[in-house]
Design a binder for this molecule. Structure first.
Ligand code: ARG
Length: 467
């Protein structure tokens, strides 16, 4: 930390008019946001160009000054992009760093840019533009993840695996069907993203400090120039609203929760005990001491990133909770949460997309596991209802006795001799063996949304058309 010093510094060149001395070093350190909000430089410059253009169009500044301002801003853009810009902490944030540099470049005309605006609407604009672009990127990345799952689902529409409840073998399903469950989840995430883009698609610039402005500005013009649907309607709300950031974080948290469930399944499936999938070398690591190991580190890290994203959501909700209208400096703490969550989310989606595309599916292991654990017991009960006319509850009981018998003999249901089954219920015939295979079980579940390969193919076609 820099040493404390109050009186040797000159007052802030942007707002220091009424101050006799500069800020204490600690004040400067707690106040400055340039360390992280420099990420908003492109949005800040775009916003300023749109604002200056509108000011000139409305006759609020001269078109000469506007030209100088626009030219200067474009110079600053290339300076920053090429790494030839010196950011200053004394200038607090990205807005004042850009404006101060503009003054150096073009002189007094730079002072006209901040007419009819405040940093309050400026930061709301820059951050909204940033979050909007991030949401658009997220939408595309989710589409890529969905496409990866659709391809795997198509390939494995008939591959049988055990379906689980309580992580206990429940009924056979297809791997394609399981993949399509994730398509539904990430499809919902993507539609949440699309809604969030719609919600935030209003331009804040022109709300000024909080009350609007007396200059004859045209907010519809700036909204249009910046690609927003329309301007925001209430200037107080505009500068105190961070819902768009919180919505991004909640979508990130829900998507992260989905990604972490997938990550957990991949961790389980890739154990030697399950052996359902093998991760590609590209998405696993070895152990420094145990040569036989192949660890699903990427999946584990995705599972962990979720915790970080949830933390960001809770942090920003807590920052905003109880703040009086309109702007308060607390709101400066919004950006790091969103930047960090966005980086984690992008990495997590990219890693999972790679893993899903690359992993080798061991269909033989899945099928063997699908048949164990009496997974076709429900099929036996259903057969008794359908073919022998038993009420389902009685059929359930009869089947339970068959399972207990198989268990005591150490065999599968399909391996029980007919005489054993008939001793449990006389209506059972050798036709029952047709439903005791996992393939027959899966093929019979043709209800809408069910696991039969024919149904899974319909689900795939629906999502392919929806992309
Ligand atoms: N750096 C500030 C932020 O991120 C910009 C807005 C400052 N506004 C003000 N009235 N001090 O929130």
């Amino acid at each position: 930390m820099a040493e404390s010093n109050t009186d040797t510094k000159s007052s802030n060149q942007m707002w220091g008019g009424r101050f006799a001395s500069g800020p204490d070093a600690i004040m400067e350190e707690i106040n400055a946001s340039i360390g992280f909000d420099k990420k908003l430089f492109a949005q800040d410059i775009r916003g300023s160009i749109a604002h200056a253009t509108m000011l000139a169009h409305q006759g609020i500044i001269s078109s000469d000054d506007k030209d100088k301002i626009v030219h200067g801003l474009n110079t600053i853009l290339s300076e920053i992009e090429s790494g030839n810009f010196e950011f200053s902490r004394q200038l607090e944030d990205i807005h004042m760093n850009v404006e101060a540099r503009l003054a150096t470049l073009i002189g007094p005309a730079a002072g006209r840019l901040h007419t009819a605006r405040s940093r309050n609407d400026q930061v709301a604009l820059d951050f909204r533009l940033w979050v909007k672009e991030e949401l658009q990127k997220t939408e595309q990345m989710l589409t890529g993840l969905i496409a990866a799952f659709l391809d795997r689902a198509e390939e494995h529409a008939e591959s049988v695996m055990p379906g689980f409840t309580h992580l206990q073998t429940a009924q056979p399903v297809t791997f394609g069907h399981h993949c399509m469950a994730y398509v539904e989840m990430f499809g919902r995430d993507r539609s949440r993203v699309r809604h969030a883009i719609e919600h935030l698609d209003e331009s804040p610039i022109g709300a000024a400090a909080l009350a609007g402005t007396g200059y004859p500005i045209d907010r519809h013009m700036t909204a249009k120039a910046l690609g927003f649907r329309e301007p925001t309607r209430n200037s107080i709300d505009t500068v105190s609203d961070r819902d768009f950031a919180i919505e991004f974080l909640s979508i990130a948290a829900i998507t992260g929760m989905h990604l972490s469930r997938l990550a957990e399944e991949i961790v389980i499936w890739s154990t030697p005990q399950f052996g359902f999938v093998r991760l590609s070398d590209a998405f696993s690591t070895g152990s420094s001491i145990m040569p036989q190991k192949k660890n699903p580190d990427a999946a584990e890290l995705v599972r962990a990133k979720t915790g970080r994203i949830n933390g960001s959501l809770v942090a920003l909700l807590t920052i905003m909770k109880g703040l009086p209208l309109a702007y308060s400096k607390d709101m400066q703490e919004d950006k790091e949460q969103v930047f960090d969550a966005a980086e984690s989310l992008e990495l997590a989606i990219a890693a999972m997309t790679g893993m899903v595309r690359d992993m080798t599916v061991n269909t033989a292991r899945m099928k063997a596991a699908a048949g164990s654990g009496y997974s076709t017991a429900t099929d036996l009960a259903d057969w008794l209802v359908r073919e022998a006319g038993l009420p389902f509850r009685d059929a359930h009981h009869v089947t339970g006795r068959a399972v207990a018998l198989a268990e005591s003999k150490g065999c599968d249901l399909a391996e029980l001799p007919l005489s054993d089954l008939q001793a449990i219920h006389s209506a059972i015939t050798d036709k029952v063996y047709d439903v005791l295979t996992v393939e027959a079980s899966v093929a019979s579940r043709k209800s809408f949304g069910g696991t039969a390969p024919s149904e899974v193919r319909k689900q795939i076609a629906f999502w392919r058309a929806r992309n």
